[in-house]
Design a protein around this ligand. Structure first.
Ligand SMILES: [Zn+2]
Length: 329
């Protein structure tokens, strides 16, 4: 189907370039279209927040969600400062420019790879297993439910930007905590079995709930081996197979350097509609059922790879569970 190979071709080219090498990826099934959003950037933190507060810890810390237009603030003053202009400037300034990406747009316009590929879909009902794991996590208070309840949010530009105030996440994203983690002074939270955590083993990965969620059914999909965060064709295939097997979930990869746990390969996943899904796109190329576009009039730059699949399409068994169920996305 060319979805994984094309997405990987893009990720690899971006990773080899100083101006585009910080990469975030979201994979999602949107009405039978397997979609990858690839967000390249050249810097980690936005200057305008750091300048305004005069404190390198007082800023939004963009990952995939932010690059997709969904910003999470853990401090009240950061939330208050996060109006349309500040957020737009922040995301725009860390994102690679269209000029930086011209080489890639050009190559994609000339050629994309639609060679058939086979993606495995689990016949076991992963969604039901994850839902159960989630409910258990809430029940035994492993998941800090207040992260989903005690929040405020605001929306700008017809939903192209959303900002959430989530004060209960503050303890895990503080600068001190991130530094400690990056210096290896904190035990890998994925390797220690935290009390109350429910694990579900799938495809050489361990799925468990994120104890500090910022969207519904926020889970982590952690490699069963303690290896550093990386992205390659195999990792992208896992992300695609996960969403094909649990079609109401998206999957997310946050590339280094970032604030998340980079010493242990993992993805995040959950159920959410990101602002970027409403963004304008311009088609760069199309071959068979594969389309490649670029984002337009959005605060971040991004490449979108889309592959139309139907129930009888490649890579999907006829009995794909829940694939056409009515659960909202
Ligand atoms: Zn680990």
């Amino acid at each position: 189907m060319g979805f994984v190979s094309t997405t990987y071709q893009i990720v690899k080219k971006l990773g080899n370039n100083e101006r585009t090498k910080i990469i975030n990826v979201i994979v999602k099934l949107r009405k039978n279209v397997l979609t990858a959003y690839i967000f390249p950037r050249w810097r980690r933190l936005p200057d305008n927040y750091v300048k305004h507060f005069g404190d390198p810890d007082k800023t939004i810390k963009p990952g995939s969600s932010e690059m997709a237009g969904f910003v999470v603030a853990v401090d009240r003053d950061i939330y208050d400062f996060s109006g349309l202009e500040a957020v737009w400037e922040a995301l725009d300034s860390i994102s690679s420019t269209h000029e930086d990406l011209q080489f890639l747009y050009q190559e994609l316009t000339e050629e994309i790879d639609a060679t058939p590929e086979r993606l495995g879909v689990s016949c076991e009902n992963i969604e039901a297993r994850i839902d159960k794991l989630w409910d258990k996590g809430i029940e035994n208070e492993f998941i800090k439910e207040k992260c989903l309840r005690d929040i405020e949010s605001k929306v700008f530009k017809d939903g192209l930007i959303e900002v959430q105030f989530n004060p209960h996440r503050k303890s895990i994203v503080s600068k001190a905590r991130v530094e400690k983690r990056s210096k290896g002074k904190e035990l890998c939270p994925y390797c220690i079995q935290e009390p109350g955590r429910e694990d579900y083993f799938w495809n050489n990965y361990v799925i468990s709930a994120n104890p500090y969620p910022y969207y519904d059914h926020h889970i982590v999909i952690v490699n069963s081996r303690h290896v550093s965060q990386y992205i390659d064709a195999e990792a992208l295939k896992v992300m695609a197979e996960f969403v094909l097997s649990s079609p109401h979930y998206f999957s997310v990869y946050n590339g280094p350097p970032g604030t998340s746990i980079l010493s242990h390969m993992h993805f995040q996943a959950g159920i959410y509609t990101f602002p970027v899904e409403k963004a304008k796109k311009e088609l760069l190329n199309k071959k068979d059922n594969l389309r490649v576009s670029r984002l337009l009039d959005f605060p971040t730059r991004g490449i979108v790879v889309e592959k139309e699949i139907d129930k009888t399409g490649e890579g999907l068994p006829d009995s794909s569970p829940g694939y056409i169920s009515g659960r909202s996305r």
